[in-house]
Design a protein. Structure first.
Length: 304
């Protein structure tokens, strides 16, 4: 009996590990392709072209924005209509600002490799406390109960908003494949919207299952006139729940767009669809190589 009990224990541990990692091992060929959405522009607002946008949220006529790059990172309160920065807090130069969310009367801001979170009083930007986390900090949002953090992989991390302890993980997947490079996040009407880094695509995903519910193709937002200065990738989603308005922008973009999503009729999703299939370790290494090359603040700072 002892032997059997031990064997069951090991098997149970194995099953628990499988459940914890929740890695889809077999592509489900029967899963239908999720719908693909395009957009229409409702309004265009000015955006600071020197803001390397890494976190974006909306409340009461203002955007709250976290910007990145070492030596240029900040927390901002920005008037939507004018793009005017009405309050700013510059981070110490060793911190690279990342995801941002509003939790009650607080603002919570992540940093990239420093793995340090800052909690501020929303009204004054007074720093209340810091916390740490185990992987890189990319995007941040919340579902009303948990904070939800991305780290550039296909995994989202749910955190207790008071103690900042991890409570669960969610693997984001589409037809059996993990969706890598999840970046800025926004919780919108029961779904999570995520920028897919280095693309002009968002995914809409289920916070319960991690399954992709739709792809959003945002190509063509910027026109040729917007490339007079260097612009970086699409990043930054904010939602006005009161008036059901969706805002998007990008790193160093001169404009912020209010958009309305439109389902593409008969689209095969060529522009925004499945990412290439990557083995888990290969993807991890690929991610870090890309991060090293593209997100290093030094070469970007040289532009200014
Ligand atoms: Ca956001």
């Amino acid at each position: 009996m002892r032997r059997r009990g031990r064997a069951f224990g090991l098997w149970g541990t194995f099953l628990a590990l499988l459940a914890f990692t929740a890695w889809p091992t077999t592509p489900r060929a029967v899963e239908e392709a999720p719908p693909v959405y395009g957009y229409e522009v409702v309004r265009v607002y000015p955006h600071d072209p020197e803001a390397f946008t890494q976190g974006l949220v909306y409340e009461g006529g203002f955007l709250y924005e976290s910007t990145g790059l070492h030596g240029r990172s900040s927390l901002r309160k920005v008037e939507l209509e004018t793009g005017r920065v009405v309050k700013i807090h510059n981070l110490p130069p060793e911190f690279f600002g990342e995801g941002l969310t509003i939790w009650g009367d607080r603002l919570i801001q992540l940093t990239w490799r420093e793995r340090t979170g800052f909690v501020y009083e929303k009204e004054t930007f007074r720093l209340l406390r810091t916390f740490t986390y185990a992987t890189e900090g990319w995007g941040l949002t919340h579902d009303g109960r948990w904070l939800i953090r991305s780290d550039g992989t296909a995994t989202l991390y749910f955190l207790d908003p008071e103690a900042f302890r991890e409570v669960k993980r969610l693997l984001v997947h589409d037809r059996g494949r993990p969706v890598w490079f999840l970046n800025e996040l926004e919780y919108v009407r029961g779904e999570i919207y995520a920028n897919v880094w280095q693309t002009e695509c968002l995914v809409r995903l289920s916070p319960q299952t991690g399954r992709v519910l739709g792809w959003v193709d945002l190509s063509g937002l910027l026109g040729p006139e917007d490339h007079a200065r260097p612009v970086d990738v699409l990043n930054g989603i904010a939602y006005d729940a009161t008036r059901d308005r969706l805002f998007v922008t990008g790193k160093l973009w001169p404009k912020l767009f209010e958009i309305r999503l439109r389902r593409k009729a008969g689209s095969s999703g060529r522009e925004c669809s499945l990412p290439p299939l990557m083995e888990k370790e290969g993807a991890r290494h690929a991610a870090h190589r890309l991060v090293d090359r593209e997100r290093d603040g030094d070469h970007l700072r040289a532009r200014f």
